[in-house]
Design a protein around this ligand. Structure first.
Ligand SMILES: [Zn+2]
Length: 267
């Protein structure tokens, strides 16, 4: 581990090369000083957290500053990996963004509303999700199947359900208490949470806890069945038959018979 990473990054930010790069990308000298200060004030947060859940707030401009800083360091990383900078496949010219810029956008999206990138969920505003009073006093379990597109925190590879495999899916089931929710909204919440760096177990629990709190019910079940991990299929043993299943159970679903009944209705 490198010590004093803050000092190193601050040192590099005082370098003219860094300023030139930022100015070339649209920052004025005054803005630069302002955002360097804000950058230093922003505390680092976990790879599975959303910035707005850390009692901090950021602006679109600070996000842009962070994304460009990331691009700057990716460019240096390419140098360290001996990747030729003049290669048309990776460099930046006319209409080509360049690979360091594309990579940085995957990890720091282009806006606080952009939920389309693998780590968007660290930066995006949480989706607006309304819940309704359970005025009809519904008591039957509600079960939905959703897809998962998440990033593993160890390798920053995708993990999620395998397309075209009906045995690979995520199931979320709850018994209504005082609140109910539009069913498609569950998918939006799952998508927003997933796009961060996770262990599958942690992601499963966080989805469960989030929906539990939102709907004010104790009876909730989440299972991520047969998730495929890019870090297992595309590296290491390259085992394409490696699947992982995790569960979160709470309240009534702790009763195995009840749980079985729910899963059976899906078949
Ligand atoms: Zn991994």
């Amino acid at each position: 581990m490198i010590e004093n990473t803050n000092e190193i990054i601050n040192y590099i930010m005082e370098n003219k090369i860094f300023d030139d790069f930022m100015i070339l990308n649209g920052f004025s000298k005054t803005q630069l000083e302002e955002y360097k200060k804000e950058f230093k004030q922003l505390k680092s947060f976990k790879i599975n957290e959303n910035v707005f859940n850390t009692k901090q707030t950021i602006s679109e401009n600070l996000l842009k500053f962070i994304r460009l800083t990331t691009e700057f360091f990716f460019t240096l990383t390419f140098k360290a990996m001996k990747i030729c900078e003049n290669d048309g496949n990776v460099n930046k010219d006319n209409n080509n963004l360049g690979t360091p810029a594309r990579l940085s956008k995957m990890y720091v999206p282009k806006s606080l509303y952009d939920n389309s990138e693998p780590l968007s969920g660290r930066w995006c505003y949480p989706p607006k999700v309304s819940v309704f009073d359970n005025s009809e006093n519904l008591k039957d379990p509600v079960t939905v199947t959703v897809s998962i597109n998440a990033m593993c925190s160890h390798h920053l590879f995708r993990f999620g359900n395998e397309e075209f495999n009906e045995n690979s899916k995520a199931i979320i089931s709850y018994v209504p208490n005082k609140k109910i929710i539009g069913l498609s909204k569950i998918g939006r919440i799952v998508n927003f949470i997933s796009k961060r760096g996770w262990l599958q177990e942690e992601l499963t629990n966080t989805i469960g806890e989030t929906i539990k709190n939102l709907l004010n019910t104790d009876d909730i079940y989440v299972t991520l069945i047969n998730m495929q991990h890019g870090c297992a299929t595309f590296r290491g043993h390259e085992d394409t038959n490696f699947y992982t299943t995790t569960e979160y159970t709470s309240g009534k679903y702790k009763d195995n018979e009840f749980k079985k009944l729910i899963l059976q209705t899906l078949k």
